[in-house]
Design a protein around this ligand. Structure first.
Ligand SMILES: O=C(O)CCC(=O)C(=O)O
Ligand SMILES: [Fe+2]
Length: 326
């Protein structure tokens, strides 16, 4: 055994969730990723106190976190007023236990589409995960009658007065097994209107909101420094609660469900149940998004790109731009 390997041993008598050291393969200087880069990227998941070679190949590393992964110290809010993100609202017991049971029975009687870690059903329009958008020309039909009473209740959602803005036409049902979450994302601006309603059923989870200063996750992908520099807040979503994501919370904050089997809420350990089912209601956008959060907005970024492309073409034609052919 070499010197480096003897520094880290497999934790004895602990399950895989209980270590603050993470072994990462195909990662290291020999595959062109510096220790500094690795540290910056993994800081997204928690405070990194060191990155070490796992062996002498240069392709395997151990990332040491300040605390156990999943044992995050981020306080979890119980209400939207405590969370204090403009546009995020949470209504507890939005539906009764009986309604919850009925909704679950309805979706369980229908076919699920299997994704790698969770199962989904789409109504109204199919959501395409490759493009993170919908095919707005492919209408699958009205939302099913078993959600009619939910749609009615949505129309009376507190704090919203423009009724037309609440007319949703797309529903995604997600089933998450225990320990499965959702990676940080902003629902594509050009795909859906402002209001996103998400009803939690069967089990609890926490939802984390992240505001990245420089725009979207993908746009800053090549700058690891930006990945660790963001504001985080979290809220507890119990079963039967309805979350509304709108305004700044919808356009400028990423939402994320950590891949935990247990969450710490108000000092208590809350175990995720064998499954959580969510009903996410949205309205498919017709036309571009014109929000005020341009750096997070694909509609406006694409418009700017198109404008530059036209300008570049003009300049190239005029001989002002020389492009590289290599
Ligand atoms: O499961 C949830 O509550 C959120 C789902 C979600 O964010 C999405 O489908 O975009
Ligand atoms: Fe989402």
């Amino acid at each position: 055994m070499n010197k480096v390997q003897s520094k880290f041993t497999r934790p004895k008598g602990m399950d895989h969730e209980s270590s603050s050291n993470l072994y990462v393969a195909n990662c290291g200087p020999a595959v062109g990723i510096s220790f500094d880069n690795i540290e910056s990227v993994f800081s997204t998941f928690g405070k990194v106190i060191g990155v070490h070679a796992a062996d002498e190949t240069g392709t395997r590393v151990i990332v040491c976190f300040h605390e156990i992964l999943g044992g995050d110290s981020l306080p979890v809010c119980l209400s939207a007023s405590e969370l204090a993100i403009p546009g995020i609202y949470l209504v507890h017991e939005f539906i009764t236990l009986k309604e919850e049971k009925e909704l679950l029975a309805e979706v369980d009687a229908r076919p699920w589409k299997r994704l790698s870690k969770r199962k989904v059903q789409h109504y109204g329009y199919e959501f395409l995960y490759e493009t993170r958008n919908v095919d707005s020309k492919q209408f699958l039909g009205e939302l099913p009658s078993f959600v009619s009473h939910i749609l009615k209740k949505i129309m009376s959602f507190p704090g919203l007065d423009d009724d037309r803005s609440k007319q949703v036409d797309q529903l995604t049902v997600n089933e998450y097994p225990s320990g499965v979450g959702l990676s940080p994302h902003i629902d594509t601006h050009s795909a859906f209107d402002e209001l996103i309603f998400s009803l939690s059923l069967a089990g609890p989870c926490i939802m984390e909101f992240r505001r990245y200063p420089q725009g979207t996750f993908t746009a800053i992908g090549n700058n690891p420094q930006q990945l660790s520099n963001f504001t985080r807040k979290a809220i507890f979503l119990p079963p039967r609660s309805m979350l509304l994501i709108s305004g700044e919370g919808r356009y400028a904050w990423h939402h994320y469900i950590p891949h935990h089997k247990v969450d710490t809420v108000g000092g208590h350990v809350v175990r995720r149940s064998s499954r959580r089912v969510s009903f996410t209601f949205r309205k498919v956008r017709k036309g571009p998004c014109c929000c005020e959060y341009k750096q997070y907005c694909d509609s406006q970024k694409n418009a700017i790109r198109a404008m530059f492309a036209t300008e570049n073409t003009k300049q190239r034609r005029a001989g002002h731009i020389i492009t590289c052919n290599t």
